[in-house]
Design a protein around this ligand. Structure first.
Ligand code: PMP
Ligand code: PLP
Length: 434
């Protein structure tokens, strides 16, 4: 870490947990990576790689809906079935770096070795990346800032680390910068009631189409939060799996694109646009931190499935950025129509019994039921009887026992007719419960 490039005043070692700081490169993994970059004339007796001639699979051909195929001949198949580097296969990482440059290139740091500050790695879904980023940065007793309610998978990864989660008040446009400022001001030197615990080192947020709230943060708020990050010296974890599911264009500038210091760690996901089951995500951020995540990968999964990475990489190279973005346009169009269908069914059935905001991205409508104190019992006991299922909002609270009048409805999977029928049933359910 000492040799890692530093930028400005950023001292990354101060952010690391003891466990993360103690991680050392696996010597055998390093050889695998060396081999990945060497000419085929290299004779390696080094790796512990098994002989793929003993594997039962021969070749593969995957048909696209558009008629093209992703083909794995025998040689490619052998590679697909073999170990590969922990940061991801080089051609997938380089394709993604080009895309990140186009979408989010930060003003002062980039992927070129001379300025060598930004780095990227492949993860087995963004959930893996997030979990490893939290384990890298969060110590027991640390204060972690986030805008609750938030994704239950984030809480599942964070809470066992023994941190204290500090809720930053928010609305349908995300975190309220003034509220964040008030929270942070407690640690000002002149603060009258300075907390015993250390100043927060980490802020986590879902900037677009939040899960479960559907909230999307405005650029102005991101700028203000980023300024507070500079003033109080904390890192921002930007968990953005719904970035590509923004219904309005142009897409909102990201925290990464504002990052002049190297304090943003961004997680991207292919789950909502290529496949959730293939498990492909990415971590983008300051090289010293991404390198730590890769060391953790070396010691756990070793790498995301080579087969999966090759399959996705071949598709992306065949598509090019334009083809990829064209595919995204189609996905956005689908979810936008689904959102509109859900909103019109909500207007039709829920007007008197619930409140909501139209989401500008993502897959979720966050619905507040009027006159219902807690939706847990209503959903878990009565809703099934009525054959309609939603997520009771309490599961997204920091303290899951607190009563919550919200439910989360996903518009991703059901047809507009099913959504309409579901809201009809929900409306009857609420009226019975009142
Ligand atoms: N344990 C031992 C003793 C091994 O030799 C290896 C692989 N070299 C592993 C675990 C990891 O295996 P896998 O590829 O299934 O993660
Ligand atoms: N982060 C948020 C906010 C999510 O909603 C999800 C999935 O629901 C994830 C991360 C995990 O995504 P992945 O499938 O890429 O692990």
């Amino acid at each position: 870490l000492e040799q890692a490039p530093q930028l400005g005043n950023m001292n990354y070692s101060r952010f690391l947990t003891a466990v993360s700081a103690a991680r050392k490169p696996s010597p055998i993994r390093l050889l695998t990576e060396l081999q990945q970059l060497s000419p085929p004339t290299l004779i390696s007796l080094a790796g512990g790689a098994p002989n793929p001639n003993t594997f039962p699979f021969h070749s593969a051909s995957i048909k696209m809906k558009t008629g093209e195929t992703v083909a794995f001949d025998e040689t490619m198949m052998k590679r697909a079935l073999q170990y590969s580097g922990s940061a991801g296969i080089p051609e997938l990482v380089s394709w993604m770096k080009e895309l990140q440059k186009r979408l989010h290139e930060p003003p002062t740091i980039n992927f070129t070795p001379e300025r060598g500050q930004l780095e990227m790695c492949v993860t087995t879904g963004s959930q893996e990346g997030l979990c490893k980023v939290f384990e890298m940065l969060v110590n027991p007793g640390d204060n972690v800032l986030l805008d609750a309610p938030t994704y239950s998978g984030t809480l599942a990864a964070l809470q066992p680390l023994g941190c204290n989660i500090v809720n930053v008040p928010s609305d349908q446009h995300g975190m309220l910068p003034d509220a964040l400022k008030d929270i942070l001001a407690q640690w000002d030197p002149a603060g009258a009631h300075k907390p015993d615990s250390p100043r927060p080192k980490v802020l986590y947020t879902i900037p677009n189409g939040g899960n479960p709230t559907g909230a999307s943060m405005t650029l102005e708020r991101k700028q203000k939060v980023y300024e507070l990050a500079r003033k109080y010296d904390f890192l921002i974890i930007e968990d953005d799996p719904y970035y590509f599911l923004q219904f309005q264009k142009p897409w909102a500038p990201t925290f990464l694109s504002l990052d002049v210091d190297g304090r943003v760690i961004r997680t991207d996901s292919f789950s909502k646009i290529l496949s959730s089951g293939l498990r492909i995500g990415f971590v983008t951020g300051p090289k010293p931190l991404v390198d730590r995540v890769v060391l953790h990968i070396q010691a756990s999964t070793m790498h995301t499935s080579t087969f999966t990475q090759l399959m996705v990489s071949q598709l992306l190279h065949a598509w090019g950025q334009e083809g990829f973005l064209k595919h995204i346009d189609g996905v956005v169009e689908f979810y936008k129509a689904q959102r509109n269908a859900m909103l019109s069914s909500a207007d039709k059935w829920l007007k008197d019994v619930a409140d909501w905001h139209a989401p500008a991205a993502g897959m979720f409508l966050w619905i507040k039921l009027k006159g219902i104190k807690d939706t847990q019992q209503l959903i878990m006991e009565k809703a099934l009887e009525k054959e309609v299922l939603l997520v009771p909002g309490g599961v997204f609270n920091i303290h899951s026992s607190e009563p919550c009048p919200y439910v989360r409805a996903a518009f991703s999977l059901s047809s507009p007719q099913q959504i309409d029928e579901a809201f009809k049933r929900l409306s009857a359910l609420i009226k019975e419960a009142l």
